[in-house]
Each structure stands twice: as structure tokens, then as C-alpha cells.
Design a protein around this ligand. Structure first.
Ligand SMILES: [Fe+2]
Length: 299
């Protein structure tokens, strides 16, 4: 039986930094098709046999808490899936903990009204990454079935989302062709997301669970020989938020430093300085934390 200690990190410096900028990553079709089918069959059978697994909700979307942690095949191929768990290992360090609760957010479609933008309950807003939220689709969820939409970069926003906001420019749907059946979405718990409206008849499954960190952060993912903290691009192009770009840049850099176990060294001087993309004609960088000394600041 595969264990957490068997999992090796799969993300590189650039991919971890990309997660810091966007607040999520998608692993397309990483769960094999036979496991996807087994998940759906198992779920459909058990919810009929044990109606007590159903958690009441007000909408047509219902939530089932499923005993999938007892199923070795699910733990091995979904929770400890090499790609998914490798990404979790990269972000949360060794000895991360497995989920304690697996829920299927099952919607009977069509649902002509979309869900409101939100963060899930009990979020803690800071630059740390002590836990991640995971969504898994065992079946295709095309736009007609109301896939989840996320707002890249929104994990850094201090404000809470407003539920009645409609379409937000830059929203990304967790849907084919980028996310077919068997895809896994790993995201900051603080990322704004919502269920989109659906027009097709049927059911939409969305499995949701969390992993947690148990060790102090350290840069022990896949180190890129050429990756340089001083000149790395912390800038998030195509960013949908309306904050000044340097705010996103600073937040992504601070999160990367925290994940690297270097948060105590993080500092931003201001102006045309690191980590904003203001680089001199000769490649000079101003204000990199390692360059700041008492002597220099005192002049
Ligand atoms: Fe949610």
C-alpha cells in the first residue's frame, strides 16, 4: 500500500512560483479512466444504500460525505496519485496529511442560476500555505454541466468576494479541454470560486477535500539550476484583479519566500525595486532582500 512517505515532489521552482501568482494549478486527466468509472459507480451505489451520508443543502446541489478513505484503490490512485500527491508534497512539504473528509458535491442539472463567488468557510487570510483545497472530477464537466470557475490571483485579495458579482473578467473554468475527466485542481483555500450555471440534463459530480502541512516550509521541491530568486519573474501577466500589478508581484514573492522557509528575510523597499519587474539596462536589480544591510541603509 502506497504511503505519504513514498511520494516525491513533482513541481519545479517555476511551477511553485506560478502557484503563488495564480493560487491554483490544474493536473489534467491524471486519474486513470478505470478509477474514474469506479469512483462514479461506487458513489452512485453507496448514496442509494446509505441515504444518511447526505448533508442537507438548500439548493439542488447536495453534498455526500463518502467513506472513500476506507477504499485502498481510492487512496492509492486518487489521494496518493503520483502527480496530484507530488504537487501537494511540493507545496506542503514531506509528511503532509491525507484528507479526513471526502465529499461529493453532486448537482442535478440543469441549474439555470450560477453559484455566488465565495471562499469556503473558515479560511485564514495570510501569505502562508498550510493547507490546500482540492477538486476532482471523475467525469467530464463541460460548460453545459456548470463547472467550477476560479478567479486567478484572488487568493491574495484581502477583501471577501461578493456573492452577487456576475461574470468577472479573467475567470477560468475547470472544464474540458483543459480539464477533462480525471483532472485534479489544487488551489489555495482563499481562492475565489463558484459553480457556473448549467443547461444540460444529468448529474455533475465534484469531489472536494483538503490536505495539510505538518512540517515547517522549506524549498525542497525540484530545484531548477538556473532559477535565481533575484531575477525570477514574480509578475503575473493576464492578471484579472484590479489592484496595482506590483501588489500582486509583492504578494507572490512573499508567498514564495514563505514556502521556501525564508519569510524572515522577505522585505520590499518600495519604488522601482525588487520584486517588481523594474530591471536596469544592465540587468541591475534594486532592493533584493539579501542586499540590504544596516550599513547600506544607514548610508
Ligand atoms: Fe466552495
Amino acid at each position: 500500500m502506497k504511503k505519504v512517505s513514498d511520494i516525491r515532489p513533482t513541481l519545479t521552482d517555476s511551477q511553485v512560483l506560478d502557484f503563488c501568482k495564480k493560487g491554483y494549478l490544474v493536473l489534467p486527466a491524471v486519474v486513470p479512466e478505470d478509477i474514474n468509472r469506479r469512483v462514479v459507480e461506487y458513489t452512485n451505489e453507496i448514496v442509494l444504500e446509505r441515504p444518511s451520508l447526505k448533508i442537507p443543502r438548500r439548493s439542488k446541489e447536495v453534498e455526500f460525505h463518502l467513506p472513500l478513505l476506507e477504499e485502498e484503490w481510492f487512496v492509492e490512485h486518487v489521494l496518493l496519485n503520483d502527480e496530484a500527491a507530488g504537487a501537494v508534497r511540493s507545496l506542503l512539504g514531506k509528511e503532509f496529511t491525507l484528507p479526513i473528509l471526502i465529499s461529493d458535491h453532486r448537482a442535478e442539472t440543469p441549474m439555470p442560476k450560477q453559484g455566488g463567488w465565495h471562499r469556503d468557510g473558515n479560511y485564514v487570510h495570510n501569505k502562508k500555505l498550510n493547507y490546500v483545497e482540492v477538486f476532482y472530477h471523475p467525469e467530464d464537466v463541460p460548460v453545459e454541466k456548470g463547472p467550477t470557475e476560479v478567479l486567478p490571483g484572488s487568493h491574495h485579495l484581502a477583501s471577501a468576494p461578493v456573492g452577487h458579482y456576475g461574470g468577472l473578467k479573467g475567470g477560468v473554468r475547470f472544464a474540458p479541454p483543459d480539464a477533462p475527466a480525471g483532472s485534479i485542481l489544487i488551489m489555495s483555500y482563499n481562492l475565489w470560486h463558484r459553480r457556473t450555471l448549467s443547461t444540460a440534463s444529468g448529474f455533475r459530480h465534484l469531489f472536494r477535500y483538503n490536505y495539510w502541512r505538518t512540517t515547517m516550509p522549506v524549498r525542497d521541491w525540484i530545484i531548477e539550476p538556473d532559477f535565481d530568486l533575484r531575477t525570477a519573474s514574480y509578475e503575473f501577466f493576464d492578471r484579472p484583479t484590479t489592484r496595482p500589478p506590483t501588489r500582486d508581484c509583492n504578494d507572490a514573492a512573499e508567498m514564495f519566500f514563505w514556502l521556501s522557509g525564508m519569510h524572515d528575510q522577505f522585505a520590499v523597499m518600495g519604488g522601482q525595486c525588487w520584486p517588481s519587474p523594474h530591471i536596469g539596462l544592465e540587468g541591475e536589480v534594486q532592493g533584493f532582500p539579501g542586499d540590504i544591510t544596516d550599513e547600506r541603509v544607514r548610508g
